[in-house]
Every structure is written in C-alpha cells, then in structure tokens.
Design a protein around this ligand. Sequence first.
Ligand SMILES: NC(=O)c1ccc[n+]([C@@H]2O[C@H](COP(=O)([O-])OP(=O)(O)OC[C@H]3O[C@@H](n4cnc5c(N)ncnc54)[C@H](OP(=O)(O)O)[C@@H]3O)[C@@H](O)[C@H]2O)c1
Length: 266
Amino acid sequence: MRKMFATLLALALAALGSSATSAAEDPPTRPPTVLVTGANRGIGLEFTRQYVESGWKVIATARDPTNATELQQLAFQHANLVVEKLDLADNAAIATLAQKYRGQPIDVLLNNAGYLGEPDKQSLGKTFDYPMFEQIMRVNAYAPLVMSQAFLDNVLAGDQKKIIALTSGIGSVTLAARFGGLVFYRMSKASLDLGMRALQADVRSRGIKVGLLVPGEVETQMLRDSGYSGRGKPPDEAARALIRVIDGLNDQDAKLLSLDGTIVPF
Ligand SMILES: NC(=O)c1ccc[n+]([C@@H]2O[C@H](COP(=O)([O-])OP(=O)(O)OC[C@H]3O[C@@H](n4cnc5c(N)ncnc54)[C@H](OP(=O)(O)O)[C@@H]3O)[C@@H](O)[C@H]2O)c1
C-alpha cells in the first residue's frame, strides 16, 4: 500500500515537473486586444459582443457607461471586456484614457463612433447649424486622428497593428454630386477618409495598416435618424462582415472597403 502511494506521488510530481517545464518553454499567448469607440449601441455594440465572444480582450468606450445597459450586461458576463467612459469631443479625456493604458498593446484601434446630426440642420433650403457642424466634424473627422495619435504606441506594441475607422459611402467625393442633403455628415466622412489616408502614409513604414470601412445601410439609431430606416441590414450581420474585412486587411493604401471587401471609390 505504502509502495503504491509512493509510486503515485512520484508520478504526480513528475507530471507537475513536466508541466512546469513546458510552461517555462511556452509562455502563455496573449489574446489580441481591440479598443472600440461608441460601444454602447449600434454597430459598436455588435463589434464588442463578437470580439468578446471570440476571446479577444475588448476595451469598449462609451460616453455614458452608466446608461449603457446592454454593454454593462455583456461586461458582467465576460471578464475579457472592460468598459471605459469616453467622450470623443473631449481631448483631455482621450489623453487620460491613453495614459491609463500606457504600455499595453492594442492590436486593433477601432474608431467606430459617429455622429449624424439632425438632417434638417444640414440641408440647403432648411437651416445650417454651425455648432452642430463643429460637433459632427469633431466626432467624425478629428477624434479618430486624436485617438490614433494618443494610442499610437499601443498599436505599435500590438501584433496586428491596425487602425480602423468607420466611414460612409455617402462621404465619397466621387459620388457626392449625385444627391443632396446630410452635407455636414458627408463632409465629415470625406475629411475622415483623407485624414486616415494621410495617416497611412505617416505610419506605413512602422508596420501599421489603416482601414476605412463602409458598412452600407445598417439598422441602427443613426439610420433611423437619417430617415432611411427599414432597408438596412441588422447590426450583427454588418459587424460580422466588417470583422472579416479587418481580419484580412493588408498594408495597401487605405482604401474604402465595403462589407465584402470590395473598394468603394473615394
Ligand atoms: N448605420 C448606418 O447605416 C451607417 C452607414 C454608414 C456608416 N455608418 C458609420 O458606422 C459607425 C457606427 O454607426 P451606428 O450606425 O452604429 O450609429 P449609432 O447607433 O448612432 O451609434 C453611434 C455611436 O457613436 C457614439 N458617439 C456619438 N458621439 C460621440 C461622442 N462625442 N463621444 C463618444 N461616442 C460618441 C454614440 O454614443 P451615444 O449613444 O452616447 O450618442 C454611439 O455609441 C459610425 O461611424 C457611422 O457613421 C453607419
């Protein structure tokens, strides 16, 4: 009996020893990390859900986390999801968040948040609202650049090194003259596209890939606010297709890529 016990103990110790050795030889791999802005609803919430369920670490930012019920529920269920408060119109808040994550790799910086504004305040024949123009430009065009700068070292430290922005086909300069309306929003996305393409030139030599994604019409609050609701695809479907495009992103010039990866003219 004593002999059998000693044999079992020896076997257990040997197993422990061998697992300690292999752990020393193969350090645990780090799950990839994505930072998603505007994660409390719409496509951003779906990006968050799908990345979290795939085992990524997700830093999900929202202007008002206390009222982001679905996002909070998701965070309650998944330890790999962290929710952070962030208003993209607040440069100091962006700097503070970047400071908090200093030294931590971020594989994908996903500039998803966007602001449409009120259609009637950005159309010829109606009103042009300057404060709204400023807010649209700030959130859609300026904030992704500030975020890219603030988190550049994090992206450089990541394995995938991707900076992504959600843009819109109605911001395409080539297609612009075909229809009117939503002028501020469309100007902001055209500015975003140019800014991100210029950024690509700045960071290409450092191995960063920049992606401009065109989701098409997606049934979110934004589409409802635009007046075109009823013909968009569900947000989960859009996010799934966009994640595939992000996965396959190469280091070519930042082009406007639709859900199936085809190029939308800039
Ligand atoms: N849905 C479409 O058909 C469509 C088409 C083309 C492109 N897009 C683009 O896809 C992206 C996601 O849009 P969506 O359809 O999911 O829109 P959405 O449902 O309206 O969500 C927009 C998100 O952006 C956030 N946001 C707005 N202003 C912000 C600020 N100052 N600071 C931080 N977050 C802010 C919102 O937060 P709050 O809840 O706090 O406002 C919300 O989380 C946007 O960039 C949009 O332009 C959408």
